[in-house]
Design a protein around this ligand. Sequence first.
Ligand code: UDP
Length: 239
Amino acid sequence: MSQSNTKRILLKISGEQLAGDFEGGIDPKTGLWLAQQLKLVFEHNIEIVIVVGGGNFARGSRLAGHGIKRVTADHIGMLGTMMNALALTDIFENNNLPTRCLSSIFAEQVAEPFIHRLANKHLEKGRIVIIAGGIGRPFLTTDTAAVSLALELNCQVVLKATKVNGIFDKDPEKYPEAVKINKMTFAQAVEDRNIKVMDKAALGLAMEYKLPIIVLDAMKDRSLYKTIVTESIEGTIVS
Ligand code: UDP
């Protein structure tokens, strides 16, 4: 929790979601929709940290090989997250949401550096903080970065945005009979091999520090508002 007792949340949004209707890259319409959804939350004095993925540009695990080292591939992946973070920052500001982009990789020409105190200062001043570059180290994904950064910034919850509204017993896009699970324990989420909605490393870290995770469809109208402001949780809570 931040010092003023204000609610502080972290939203993890994947690159795939930012691509919207496109196969890759950024669909500005998706960014605009997200800004409108977040405005409903922001107006209630909720402090918002956003960690963006980069899968719409590159993922280290897929890019590595044929001469590209894994470390380099992860660097490229982190640069992908930077492109998303910069685009979202502009879209948010253009929609009257005060926003700062902080980068975990050195990129002073394009973003402020991620510094713990600076991030806190922006949040306390009522600015949304978008973090680019995950936590700036290879062999990690932005899911794990999201949990690590939520712990570092005292966020009360991590909202992991997915295309479907929560965790299902099987892939709902393949199996229409899939059943949504409203609540589950960390142990269940970590152990169940069918649950691929979030990296196991991220779940393990959240479990160790008892940081709840809510998996939801952030693009569904008012889903973020209901979950964060009225606390009627859409999606699945892992705690
Ligand atoms: N990445 C990394 N360290 C981090 C965060 C991300 O090396 O702290 C790299 C990694 O290669 C990852 C890529 O950046 O695959 C893009 O992030 P991610 O795959 O999590 O994006 P998403 O699937 O959420 O769009």
